[in-house]
Design a protein around this ligand. Structure first.
Ligand SMILES: NC(=O)c1ccc[n+]([C@@H]2O[C@H](COP(=O)([O-])OP(=O)(O)OC[C@H]3O[C@@H](n4cnc5c(N)ncnc54)[C@H](OP(=O)(O)O)[C@@H]3O)[C@@H](O)[C@H]2O)c1
Length: 259
């Protein structure tokens, strides 16, 4: 028996979301793959079906909470979901432009509001019979990093949101899983020109994610070699120490590239 029978994944057209769909399908789950780029989703569906899997593509922009809810409810009505994963996300460099506040709002609309819409729609459909709701947050939410203020804030916020909801859901049949990857080789990190310690292949990251979702852990952090020092040292370093450690040499330069 597969541990998940039917999964809905947002951010499925690319990178980690796509690899997670492949991993879930290989483990026997039917996959509802959601993102905005329908052509990429159709390619994924064909690939999964060619390997004997069952999958369907649904075009979805997660910044519309109504569309997210409708998509999740409809997918569940067609056959019960047991996993909903909020994978859609954008990095700082994909929203460059003149007005920093506007760009930040755009990023938060996807990474925070979009994730919350997906999480809550998942909880709604799984409330009675139980199941798993996951979110792709990030180790980048541990501390604020220069060049990635909006991204780090979005991931810190989503993990804090999940932490609070996990308390509210204790004794509830829905398992809420906060997945915090480190650096993963995907189109999101491809433009990065700074060192990415312990950069992982996307297939390994997908396996770690699905293992964590199956286990139903509250928080899944990987790779351990990065997660552990971040938790032990970075998260407790005083602000002044953190600022001195990461102070940029050219403070006027805009080089927002981070995954
Ligand atoms: N790569 C890393 O190192 C890393 C590390 C930690 C966490 N993460 C997180 O993992 C997730 C996947 O990242 P990735 O590296 O795989 O990036 P990616 O290859 O750029 O994929 C991002 C995915 O999000 C989707 N997306 C973006 N905006 C959307 C919107 N408004 N509505 C629906 N879907 C949207 C994209 O699909 P469309 O453009 O087709 O809509 C795409 O499928 C993100 O949440 C990211 O923050 C990544």
């Amino acid at each position: 028996m597969p541990s998940f029978r039917k999964a809905l994944v947002t951010g499925a057209s690319s990178g980690l979301g796509r690899a997670i769909c492949e991993e879930l399908s290989a483990r026997g789950a039917e996959v509802i793959a959601c993102a905005r780029r329908g052509a990429l989703l159709e390619t994924l569906v064909r690939d999964l079906e060619a390997r004997g899997g069952r999958a369907r593509a649904v075009e979805l922009d997660v910044t519309s909470s109504a569309a997210v809810r409708e998509t999740v409810l409809r997918a569940d009505k067609d056959g019960p979901l047991d996993l909903v994963l909020a994978g859609a996300g954008v990095a700082e460099h994909s929203i460059q432009g003149e007005r920093r506040a506007d760009r930040t709002h755009q990023l938060l609309d996807v990474n925070l509001a979009g994730a919350v819409s997906t999480i809550e729609a998942g909880i709604e459909v799984l409330a009675r019979r139980g199941g798993t709701v996951g979110v792709l947050s990030s180790l980048a939410g541990t501390r604020g990093l220069p060049g990635a203020a909006a991204y780090c804030a979005s991931k810190a916020a989503v993990s804090t949101y999940v932490e609070a909801r996990q308390v509210e859901l204790s004794g509830h049949p829905v398992r809420l899983v906060d997945v915090q990857p480190g650096f993963v080789r995907t189109p999101m990190t491809a433009p990065n020109r700074f060192p990415m310690p312990f950069l992982m292949d996307v297939e390994a990251a997908a396996r770690r994610t699905v293992d964590g979702l199956e286990a139903g852990h509250s928080v899944v952090r990987y790779p351990r070699r990065l997660a552990w020092p971040l938790r032990a040292i970075a998260s407790s370093a005083p602000r002044g120490v953190w600022r001195r450690l990461l102070a940029r040499k050219e403070p006027d330069e805009e080089s927002p590239r981070r995954g």
